[in-house]
Structures are given as C-alpha cells and as structure tokens.
Design a protein around this ligand. Structure first.
Ligand SMILES: NC(=O)c1ccc[n+]([C@@H]2O[C@H](COP(=O)([O-])OP(=O)(O)OC[C@H]3O[C@@H](n4cnc5c(N)ncnc54)[C@H](OP(=O)(O)O)[C@@H]3O)[C@@H](O)[C@H]2O)c1
Length: 257
C-alpha cells in the first residue's frame, strides 16, 4: 500500500467540536497523519486541554477558537479569523453537535431551532465560507459532516435531532453535486452508538444499553477512536473519487434487520 495515499502532510484541518468526544478523536487521527489542526468549541478550558493532547500525540500545530454555533450569523467572521490565523484550511470536519430528547408533541420550537441550527444550519454556513475560501485559493478541498444513524432512521423522542441529521445528509449530497466542479468532496460519516458525553445518560441506562448491545451486530458500543480511520480516508487523496456518500461506522447497525 502506498503510504502517501493517506498522508495529510502540508494540510490544515478545521474540526468543529474538536475539544472532546468524536471530534477530539478525529482531530488526533488527522494530526497523526500529518495535518495541522484547528478546533472550535465553546468551553475554553476543554479546548486548551484538547490542544495539549493533540500536540502531545502528533507534534503538529494546533489552534483553538471559542465559538457558539448557535450564533449562525457570526460564522463567516469566525471562519475568516480561522483562515487569517492558520494561513488556510484544506479540510473541514463538521462535528459540533447537540441533541434534545423529548416526546415530539412536547418539543418547544426554541429547542427545535437550537438543535437544527447547530447540527444543520451552522454546518451549511461554515461550508459556504469554506467553499468561498477554497475558490479564492484556487484549490479543492474536503468536507466531512458527522451524521448519525438518524441519517437513516429515527426512534421515539428524537424528532429535532433526527430532522437535523436527515437534513444534514441531504446538505451533504446537494453540496457534493454542486461543488464537484470546484474539486471539493463532500461526504458524511454515520457513527453508531459511541460512548461520549452526549450519550452518557443512554449508556448508563441498563435497558437502553442492553438494547444497543443486542441491536449492534458487533455487540459493543463504539469508541470515539473508531471514527478516526473513516475521517482520515475521507480527508485524504485516497477518497478523491468519493463524494456525496455517507460511510456508516456503526458495528453493522444499518445493515441489520
Ligand atoms: N456519541 C454518539 O453516539 C454519536 C452518534 C452519532 C453521531 N454523533 C454526532 O457526533 C458529533 C459529536 O458528538 P459527541 O458524541 O462527540 O458529542 P460530545 O462529546 O458532546 O462533543 C460535542 C462537541 O461539540 C461541541 N459543541 C456542542 N455544542 C456546540 C455549540 N453550540 N457550539 C460550538 N461547539 C459545540 C462541544 O464543545 P462545547 O460543549 O465546549 O461547545 C464538543 O466539542 C455530533 O454531531 C453528534 O451528533 C454522535
């Protein structure tokens, strides 16, 4: 195997939600394959801790930006700040995400707007800024959206999250089709159930945990590190002819009846 195929040397990757969970594991994976890394999240102390971890495991440059993706109108200015600080972004990983669990008939529209805003609208806005940047430098790029099993199906109490992730899959496909002419590949990863802060309550619930284990063919929860390999593939030249796809990293969940 040509080791250059998966090399990200000389590239800079921006990972939203890179301060913990899946985003941090993806940022570490991309850095280990040679990319300098910029991460965005709200909590500054977690950002600094993540920066230390990525630097220690890779010796690559790491920049941090504190930002709340609920503030969709400020995303363009944020992206400009990232570009002027880092010198340019070649790879955009949209991983920052949020959820809210409640019976559909009780979901406040404010909650709906927050979840759809962070998980889908903000991804679209930062992708627009990324596309304009790549056009300006005259080079293509890679966008990787972190989807979910809920790009594929839903379960009760997840309406806003399922809508946001289902929509994110179509954002992925629509941008892939439209931006192929700019050599920007747009793909998604659909993680199965992964143990992170987002799923801590579900993991601690015995019935839910039993259901996940019985429903997942490989009979375990995923770890954040399980997502890193797919991200390296979709960020590297190994995936240059892959666009508009979702790669489920789910222990077989979607394949099983
Ligand atoms: N865990 C799973 O089983 C699973 C499965 C499928 C898909 N996913 C998706 O994977 C992504 C990461 O999930 P995770 O499980 O790793 O979650 P997590 O551990 O809760 O991490 C979420 C990350 O996003 C950041 N973030 C959250 N809201 C934000 C906001 N409004 N503005 C800026 N940053 C924000 C968080 O930092 P701050 O809180 O400091 O802002 C953190 O860095 C999400 O898109 C999620 O939907 C997760």
């Amino acid at each position: 195997m040509d080791s250059e195929l998966f090399s990200l040397s000389g590239k800079t990757a921006l990972v939203t939600g890179g301060s913990r969970g899946i985003g941090l594991a993806v940022a570490k994976g991309l850095a280990r394959h040679g990319a300098d890394i910029a991460i965005i999240a709200r909590d500054k102390s977690r950002l600094e801790a993540a920066k230390g971890q990525i630097e220690k495991s890779s010796n690559k440059k790491v920049w941090t930006f504190s930002f709340d993706f609920e503030n969709t109108k400020a995303i363009e200015a944020l992206f400009e700040e990232v570009v002027s600080t880092t010198g340019g972004v070649d790879i955009l990983v949209n991983c920052a995400g949020t959820t809210a669990r409640a019976p559909a008939e009780e979901v406040e529209l404010e909650t709906w707007n927050r979840v759809v805003g962070v998980n889908m609208t903000a991804v679209f806005a930062i992708s627009q800024a990324f596309c304009r940047h790549r056009k300006q430098v005259g080079k293509g790029g890679k966008i990787i959206n972190i989807g979910s099993l809920m790009c594929h199906g839903a379960r009760p109490t997840t309406t806003a999250y399922a809508a946001s992730k289902g929509g994110l899959l179509m954002v992925t496909r629509a941008l892939a089709v439209e931006w192929a002419k700019y050599h920007i590949n747009v793909n998604a990863i659909g993680p199965g159930f992964i143990t992170t802060d987002l799923t801590a309550k579900l993991h601690a619930d015995e019935d839910f945990n039993r259901w996940v284990l019985s429903r997942t063919p490989v009979e375990r929860w995923g770890q954040p590190e399980d997502i890193a390999g797919a991200a390296v593939f979709l960020a590297s030249s190994a995936s240059d002819f892959v666009t508009g796809q979702i790669l489920y990293v789910d222990g077989g969940w979607v394949a099983a009846l």
